[in-house]
Design a protein around this ligand. Structure first.
Ligand code: FE2
Length: 361
């Protein structure tokens, strides 16, 4: 057997490749559209033939590569019948089995709650849990038919009843953790361990997370296996292009909207506030930008992972404390400031002009 865990750094998504080394038949679980060429190269390098492209659910945070894999390689796409993805070749039901060669089998376990159609795949000693169960957490339940009670039931009754040593491979991780086990999650998952169903529901209903960045784009596209309208209509033309075109939300519009709702300060004012102390300074650029130079004592919290990592920052545990955010030019910090306000922070400032302006001053 062949097994590989792949990672999309832009959306913190794990994709899995499973293959039967005798028949060379392969399956992808949760492939991401921007990596289509890498996937094809990986299959070719291992002499594999892709039989299925499976989804744990219709994703809100990235666009699947399933439709492209079908077009380019003839793979069958498969999504839960409860996801409303009518163009998928296989409408998955609880208990279905996907077979590779004569020996390898993946069994479907319905794990609704993150979305209505969320499923997990059990293969040998491994379970691929999508966003139903994370390492030390679980997926949110506030959109796409999410239901915290259903999530609690399926995790405690269907996943936690698997053998202790079963390895848990999640759909995402935001802190670099690759794998866990059923025992580890059953005994130390802070969302679930020792919590009653009612307590879990209260926790999930009060997460107050901001809307995922790509939801308006990703969910409709993923209902068509990740293909946009042109791709759906013109599959032949797509075979000749090397990479799918990904349309983004206009960042300028988002920044302009955020700036109306937050408070900006000049570099001069920022310097005065920092000199006075008692303010948390947050750098919301990417790690590489931070490494190339940053303001002294700034806490690194990249915009893309802010809401997921904030809970690990003791400096930000007191929401009444003043926070000053900067990025390179003031756009991302405006978005981050708005996010912090939505998360309940009372005194958030964004530095106009960002680190560029700081250096010029
Ligand atoms: Fe999800």
């Amino acid at each position: 057997m062949i097994f590989k865990q792949l990672f999309d750094a832009e959306t913190w998504t794990y994709t899995y490749l499973i293959a039967d080394s005798i028949s060379k038949e392969a399956i992808f679980i949760d492939p991401v559209n921007t990596h289509i060429d890498d996937y094809i190269a990986l299959l070719e390098a291992n002499g594999l033939q892709l039989k299925y492209s499976l989804e744990t659910h219709v994703h809100a945070d990235h666009i699947t590569a399933s439709g492209l894999l079908r077009q380019r390689l003839g793979a069958q796409t498969a999504v839960s019948q409860l996801c409303g993805a009518e163009t998928a070749d296989v409408q998955i039901q609880d208990g279905d089995i996907f077979t590779l060669g004569s020996t390898e089998q993946l069994k479907v376990i319905a794990t609704p709650g993150h979305t209505r159609g969320s499923i997990s795949f059990l293969w040998h000693d491994r379970v691929f849990t999508g966003d139903s169960l994370f390492v030390g957490g679980c997926g949110r339940t506030d959109f796409q038919g999410g239901d915290p009670g259903a999530l609690y039931d399926c995790i405690t009754q269907r996943l936690f009843t698997l053998p202790d040593e079963t390895l848990v491979y999640p759909g995402h991780d935001y802190q670099g953790r690759w794998v866990s086990s059923i025992k580890q999650e059953r005994t130390s998952n802070p969302r679930l361990t020792g919590k009653t169903r009612e307590e879990f529901i209260v926790i999930m209903n009060n997460l107050n997370l901001p809307k995922p960045r790509l939801i308006d784009e990703a969910v409709p596209a993923n209902r068509y296996c990740g293909l946009d309208e042109n791709e759906r209509q013109d599959a032949v033309a797509l075979r000749d292009t090397s990479r799918p075109v990904r349309s983004e939300l206009s960042p300028q519009d988002l920044v302009a909207e955020a700036k109306k709702q937050i408070t900006e300060v000049t570099v001069l004012t920022a310097k005065q506030l920092l000199a006075e102390g008692n303010i948390v300074l947050v750098d919301t650029r990417e790690e590489s930008e931070y490494a190339a130079g940053h303001i002294d004592n700034a806490l690194l919290l990249p915009r893309g992972v802010l809401e997921f990592k904030i809970g690990n920052s003791p400096e930000l545990s007191d929401k009444s404390k003043a926070v000053l955010i900067y990025c390179r030019t003031g756009g991302r910090s405006a978005l981050a400031a708005h996010t912090l306000q939505q998360l309940g922070y009372k005194n958030v400032l964004s530095m106009a002009g960002g680190f560029d302006a700081w250096q010029k001053a």
